[in-house]
Design a protein around this ligand. Structure first.
Ligand code: ZN
Length: 135
């Protein structure tokens, strides 16, 4: 299925995501099994979840629930509350998790849809459930 063109943007890492990466960094240091078994949801917090998605490459994947900005919220007034949030998808190496958790890295290049739907992903070939559907 073709994926529509994405636009590259540099995003500030959200504070609650940075706090989550601090937790993940500590879990990896402790050899917590949740960080050593391949999964996409073994590591969780209130606003995010993820796991070791590629053990061979040492890549972790996270889905972070980001609140929409207020303008979009007004547009959706009267709709169910799940319209007010979108997910941001991060693929990160162990070194990136450490740098983000230690606030050595505060921004990250991401991709957004041409028509900005509010979602972001670190991979250009990411599939947006809203803008890339229907094909
Ligand atoms: Zn989109």
């Amino acid at each position: 299925m073709p994926i529509r063109d994405k636009t590259r943007v540099v995003e500030i890492l959200p504070r609650s995501f940075v706090e989550f990466m601090q937790l993940v960094d500590q879990k990896i240091d402790r050899n917590d099994p949740d960080t050593m078994i391949e999964s996409d949801d073994l590591i969780q917090c209130a606003h995010a979840f993820g796991g070791l998605v590629d053990a061979a490459e040492g890549v972790y994947g996270f889905e972070f629930v980001q609140e929409q900005d207020e303008d979009l919220n007004e547009e959706y007034e009267g709709f169910s509350s799940d319209r007010l949030t979108v997910s941001w998808h991060y693929l990160l190496t162990r070194e990136q998790i450490r740098a983000i958790g230690r606030i050595e890295q505060t921004t990250i290049p991401m991709w957004r849809c041409s028509k900005d739907c509010g979602r972001r992903a670190t991979s250009e070939d990411w599939y947006c459930p809203e803008c890339d559907f229907p094909p």
